[in-house]
Design a protein around this ligand. Structure first.
Ligand SMILES: Nc1ncnc2c1ncn2[C@@H]1O[C@H](COP(=O)(O)OP(=O)(O)OP(=O)(O)O)[C@@H](O)[C@H]1O
Ligand SMILES: [Mg+2]
Length: 166
Protein backbone atom coordinates (compact mmCIF):
# COMPACT_ATOMS: atom_id res chain seq x y z
CA UNK A 1 0.00 0.00 0.00
CA UNK A 2 1.44 3.33 -1.01
CA UNK A 3 0.55 6.85 -2.12
CA UNK A 4 2.68 9.01 -4.43
CA UNK A 5 2.12 12.76 -4.45
CA UNK A 6 3.51 15.88 -6.07
CA UNK A 7 4.21 18.72 -3.61
CA UNK A 8 4.71 21.83 -5.70
CA UNK A 9 5.90 24.09 -2.87
CA UNK A 10 6.62 24.02 0.84
CA UNK A 11 3.03 24.98 1.63
CA UNK A 12 1.96 21.71 0.00
CA UNK A 13 4.45 19.85 2.17
CA UNK A 14 2.94 21.45 5.29
CA UNK A 15 -0.56 20.65 4.08
CA UNK A 16 0.36 17.01 3.65
CA UNK A 17 1.62 17.05 7.24
CA UNK A 18 -1.64 18.61 8.39
CA UNK A 19 -3.68 16.00 6.50
CA UNK A 20 -1.67 13.24 8.18
CA UNK A 21 -2.44 14.79 11.57
CA UNK A 22 -6.18 14.87 10.84
CA UNK A 23 -6.19 11.22 9.76
CA UNK A 24 -4.02 9.75 12.49
CA UNK A 25 -5.68 6.69 14.02
CA UNK A 26 -5.84 7.89 17.60
CA UNK A 27 -7.55 4.67 18.63
CA UNK A 28 -4.42 2.67 17.78
CA UNK A 29 -3.49 0.49 20.74
CA UNK A 30 0.08 1.70 20.99
CA UNK A 31 2.24 4.61 19.99
CA UNK A 32 2.40 5.65 16.34
CA UNK A 33 5.61 6.20 14.42
CA UNK A 34 6.29 7.99 11.15
CA UNK A 35 9.70 7.75 9.50
CA UNK A 36 10.55 10.88 7.51
CA UNK A 37 13.13 9.99 4.90
CA UNK A 38 14.89 11.79 2.08
CA UNK A 39 18.06 13.74 1.46
CA UNK A 40 19.19 16.89 3.29
CA UNK A 41 16.71 19.66 2.60
CA UNK A 42 14.05 17.34 1.19
CA UNK A 43 11.34 18.86 3.41
CA UNK A 44 11.08 16.46 6.37
CA UNK A 45 11.01 19.16 9.04
CA UNK A 46 8.59 21.24 6.95
CA UNK A 47 6.18 18.30 6.89
CA UNK A 48 6.58 17.70 10.62
CA UNK A 49 5.85 21.40 11.21
CA UNK A 50 2.55 21.18 9.30
CA UNK A 51 1.60 18.08 11.24
CA UNK A 52 2.44 19.59 14.63
CA UNK A 53 0.55 22.81 13.89
CA UNK A 54 -2.56 20.87 12.90
CA UNK A 55 -2.33 19.01 16.22
CA UNK A 56 -2.49 22.38 17.94
CA UNK A 57 1.17 22.99 18.67
CA UNK A 58 1.65 26.75 18.67
CA UNK A 59 4.84 28.76 18.74
CA UNK A 60 8.05 27.96 16.96
CA UNK A 61 8.58 24.41 15.75
CA UNK A 62 12.34 24.02 15.79
CA UNK A 63 14.26 21.50 13.76
CA UNK A 64 15.74 18.92 16.15
CA UNK A 65 18.95 18.89 14.07
CA UNK A 66 21.12 19.82 17.05
CA UNK A 67 19.05 18.73 20.03
CA UNK A 68 18.20 15.38 18.32
CA UNK A 69 14.80 15.48 20.02
CA UNK A 70 12.04 18.04 20.54
CA UNK A 71 8.92 17.04 22.43
CA UNK A 72 5.43 18.51 22.52
CA UNK A 73 2.24 18.03 24.46
CA UNK A 74 -0.96 18.89 22.63
CA UNK A 75 -4.58 17.75 22.63
CA UNK A 76 -3.73 15.02 25.12
CA UNK A 77 -1.06 13.71 22.80
CA UNK A 78 2.64 13.38 23.47
CA UNK A 79 4.62 14.06 20.30
CA UNK A 80 8.32 13.38 19.87
CA UNK A 81 10.16 14.82 16.89
CA UNK A 82 13.59 13.31 16.37
CA UNK A 83 16.35 14.08 13.89
CA UNK A 84 19.03 11.40 14.04
CA UNK A 85 21.32 12.80 11.34
CA UNK A 86 24.03 13.56 13.87
CA UNK A 87 23.60 10.35 15.78
CA UNK A 88 26.81 8.39 16.01
CA UNK A 89 25.70 4.81 15.53
CA UNK A 90 22.74 2.75 16.75
CA UNK A 91 24.10 2.38 20.30
CA UNK A 92 23.69 6.08 20.90
CA UNK A 93 19.97 5.89 20.15
CA UNK A 94 19.56 4.52 23.66
CA UNK A 95 20.63 7.81 25.19
CA UNK A 96 17.67 9.58 23.63
CA UNK A 97 15.46 8.07 26.28
CA UNK A 98 12.62 7.39 23.89
CA UNK A 99 11.70 4.05 25.46
CA UNK A 100 10.01 5.67 28.46
CA UNK A 101 7.99 7.74 26.00
CA UNK A 102 6.91 4.75 23.95
CA UNK A 103 3.41 4.70 25.44
CA UNK A 104 -0.12 4.54 23.98
CA UNK A 105 -1.15 7.89 22.59
CA UNK A 106 2.40 8.95 21.80
CA UNK A 107 3.36 9.99 18.28
CA UNK A 108 6.94 9.69 17.04
CA UNK A 109 8.16 11.64 14.01
CA UNK A 110 11.66 10.49 13.10
CA UNK A 111 13.96 12.17 10.56
CA UNK A 112 16.98 10.13 9.43
CA UNK A 113 15.73 6.86 10.99
CA UNK A 114 18.33 4.95 8.98
CA UNK A 115 21.00 6.36 11.33
CA UNK A 116 19.66 4.23 14.17
CA UNK A 117 18.22 1.21 12.41
CA UNK A 118 16.97 -1.36 14.92
CA UNK A 119 17.39 0.98 17.88
CA UNK A 120 14.24 3.06 17.42
CA UNK A 121 10.51 2.22 17.25
CA UNK A 122 9.42 0.47 14.06
CA UNK A 123 7.58 2.58 11.48
CA UNK A 124 3.82 2.55 10.99
CA UNK A 125 4.23 4.92 8.05
CA UNK A 126 7.31 5.51 5.97
CA UNK A 127 7.27 8.85 4.18
CA UNK A 128 9.98 9.52 1.64
CA UNK A 129 10.52 12.95 0.09
CA UNK A 130 12.63 13.52 -2.96
CA UNK A 131 13.57 16.69 -4.80
CA UNK A 132 11.73 16.98 -8.11
CA UNK A 133 11.95 19.34 -11.09
CA UNK A 134 9.28 21.42 -9.43
CA UNK A 135 9.01 21.01 -5.67
CA UNK A 136 9.07 17.57 -4.12
CA UNK A 137 7.79 14.08 -4.71
CA UNK A 138 6.32 12.27 -1.70
CA UNK A 139 5.89 8.53 -1.31
CA UNK A 140 3.99 7.21 1.69
CA UNK A 141 3.99 3.53 2.57
CA UNK A 142 2.17 1.71 5.34
CA UNK A 143 4.24 -0.78 7.35
CA UNK A 144 1.70 -1.94 9.96
CA UNK A 145 -2.07 -2.44 10.29
CA UNK A 146 -2.32 0.93 12.05
CA UNK A 147 -0.29 2.45 9.23
CA UNK A 148 -2.64 0.96 6.63
CA UNK A 149 -5.66 2.42 8.47
CA UNK A 150 -3.89 5.76 8.50
CA UNK A 151 -3.08 5.64 4.80
CA UNK A 152 -6.66 4.66 3.94
CA UNK A 153 -8.00 7.65 5.84
CA UNK A 154 -5.46 9.90 4.13
CA UNK A 155 -6.76 8.88 0.70
CA UNK A 156 -10.10 10.43 1.67
CA UNK A 157 -8.60 13.86 2.36
CA UNK A 158 -9.56 16.35 -0.39
CA UNK A 159 -6.07 17.86 -0.36
CA UNK A 160 -4.60 14.47 -1.29
CA UNK A 161 -6.71 14.24 -4.43
CA UNK A 162 -5.46 17.70 -5.34
CA UNK A 163 -1.79 16.68 -4.92
CA UNK A 164 -2.43 13.56 -6.96
CA UNK A 165 -3.64 15.55 -9.93
CA UNK A 166 -0.51 17.67 -10.18
N1 LIG B 1 7.37 20.86 -1.78
C1 LIG B 1 8.38 21.73 -1.67
N2 LIG B 1 8.81 22.43 -2.74
C2 LIG B 1 9.86 23.29 -2.64
N3 LIG B 1 10.54 23.52 -1.49
C3 LIG B 1 10.15 22.85 -0.39
C4 LIG B 1 9.07 21.92 -0.43
N4 LIG B 1 8.92 21.40 0.82
C5 LIG B 1 9.87 21.97 1.60
N5 LIG B 1 10.62 22.83 0.89
C6 LIG B 1 11.76 23.65 1.34
O1 LIG B 1 12.92 22.86 1.47
C7 LIG B 1 13.81 23.44 2.43
C8 LIG B 1 14.34 22.40 3.39
O2 LIG B 1 13.26 21.90 4.14
P1 LIG B 1 13.44 21.11 5.51
O3 LIG B 1 14.30 21.84 6.45
O4 LIG B 1 12.07 20.74 5.94
O5 LIG B 1 14.25 19.81 5.01
P2 LIG B 1 14.71 18.53 5.84
O6 LIG B 1 14.39 17.36 4.98
O7 LIG B 1 14.14 18.56 7.20
O8 LIG B 1 16.30 18.70 5.88
P3 LIG B 1 17.35 18.06 6.93
O9 LIG B 1 17.69 16.69 6.42
O10 LIG B 1 18.52 18.99 6.82
O11 LIG B 1 16.72 18.05 8.29
C9 LIG B 1 13.02 24.54 3.13
O12 LIG B 1 13.44 25.78 2.61
C10 LIG B 1 11.57 24.25 2.72
O13 LIG B 1 10.78 25.41 2.69
MG1 LIG C 1 15.00 18.43 9.06
Amino acid sequence: MRIELALIDSEHTERLGAALARCSPRSAAGALTVYLQGELGAGKTTLARGLLRELGVSGVVRSPSYTLLESYESAGLRILHLDLYRLDGAQDAGVLGWREEWTPGALFLIEWPERAAGAIPPADLRLTLSIAAQGRQARIEAATVAGATWLDALRGEPVIAEMNRV
